[in-house]
Design a protein around this ligand. Structure first.
Ligand SMILES: Cc1cc2nc3c(=O)[nH]c(=O)nc-3n(C[C@H](O)[C@H](O)[C@H](O)COP(=O)(O)OP(=O)(O)OC[C@H]3O[C@@H](n4cnc5c(N)ncnc54)[C@H](O)[C@@H]3O)c2cc1C
Length: 292
């Protein structure tokens, strides 16, 4: 199919982008890499009257470190993130998540910000952002604001962004020093959307017990799902097989409303999320040199 007719605008500054979005009150859509939006247009699942392309807006494409945070411009291509020496040397969870986003051809076009703004609950970056406690910067008619990743994802394909707001930057904390981390998912083919997946890390205190943990699931709800019961099973414990088994069981409770579709039933997704979490913790421990 071909898209329904639309007007195309390619402004060369952010102010004009925001004005166009405001003037068209919900009938305009931002275009970044087009990897999700173009299929939606072609299938006529989205019918905006105006497409506002960010391609000519300068200053939205960068990867840098600032005050210990990884800072990524919204228009940075996913492939640029993957190849960034800053990411490669200091942000292993970001790198591993990126390697799981779609296929290399899609990553050449798809942007970091576009994936977050699209808010597919099976996508890797939303779960990554929640796991690492990222902050997302948006610019709109009232100026700039920062949104915690925890609050950014509202429901399926819906974010906290207002119709005239543009996501411009993402600020991502580093993993705690010495943290054990894992990013794991199961997809029918590598590069397809995951049936379920998990981004996790834990750090230990001087006594070897888990001091802090984050477990964020994707593909099992309308947004990334923070597995808080599972995190509590882990915190205060010495990492090991018995604890990881308790964490697996807790994930079954954390997953409330997984979707059923042609690829997997709700129960398969729930059980997959639990098993992937357990496996991820084993991988994380091994990578951190923790003997189990
Ligand atoms: C074959 C295939 C496989 C894929 N597999 C995966 C996968 O496994 N995992 C995964 O995560 N993704 C997958 N994708 C999607 C891909 O990663 C997209 O790149 C990503 O979802 C959207 O990024 P984009 O830059 O292409 O955004 P676009 O498609 O341009 O936009 C997506 C949506 O976000 C909005 N938007 C974009 N940028 C902004 C902004 N800066 N501010 C406000 N709103 C904005 C748009 O209006 C639109 O609604 C796949 C895509 C294809 C075609």
């Amino acid at each position: 199919m071909k898209p329904a007719p639309f007007e195309y605008a390619a402004p060369d500054n952010l102010e004009e982008v925001v004005s166009l979005l405001e003037e068209n009150e919900g009938d305009a859509k931002v275009l970044s890499g087009g990897q999700s939006l173009m299929p939606l247009l072609n299938m006529r699942l989205a019918r905006p009257e105006v497409l506002v392309d960010l391609a000519r807006v300068p200053g939205l494409d960068y990867v840098r470190e600032d005050d210990g945070l990884l800072v990524i411009g919204a228009m940075t291509r996913q492939r640029t993130v993957e190849l960034s020496p800053i990411v490669g040397e200091g942000h292993p969870l970001v790198l591993e998540a990126t390697r799981n986003v779609a296929h290399p051809q899609n990553r050449n076009q798809g942007t970091f910000g576009g994936s977050l703004a699209h808010a597919d609950p099976s996508a890797e970056y939303p779960a990554l952002a929640v796991a690492l406690g990222a902050k997302l910067k948006a610019v709109g008619p009232d100026g700039e604001r920062e949104i915690d990743a925890d609050e950014f994802f509202v429901t399926y394909l819906t974010t906290d962004l207002e119709a005239a707001e543009v996501l411009t930057e993402v600020r991502i904390p580093k993993l705690p020093a010495g943290a054990a981390w894992s990013f794991t998912e199961l997809a029918r083919r590598h590069g397809d959307y995951a049936l379920a997946g998990v981004a996790s890390y834990f750090s230990r205190g001087d006594d070897g017990k888990v001091a802090d943990a984050r477990i964020v699931l994707f593909g099992v709800g309308a947004t990334p799902v923070r597995a808080t019961k599972a995190e509590q099973e882990l915190i205060g414990q010495t990492p090991g097989a018995a604890v990881f088994e308790s964490v697996r069981k807790a994930v079954l409770d954390d997953v409330e409303e997984p979707q059923t579709d042609v690829h997997a039933s709700a129960e398969q997704r729930r059980s997959l999320a639990a098993v992937l979490t357990q496996r991820g913790l084993v991988d994380a421990a091994r990578r951190a040199g923790i003997s189990l």
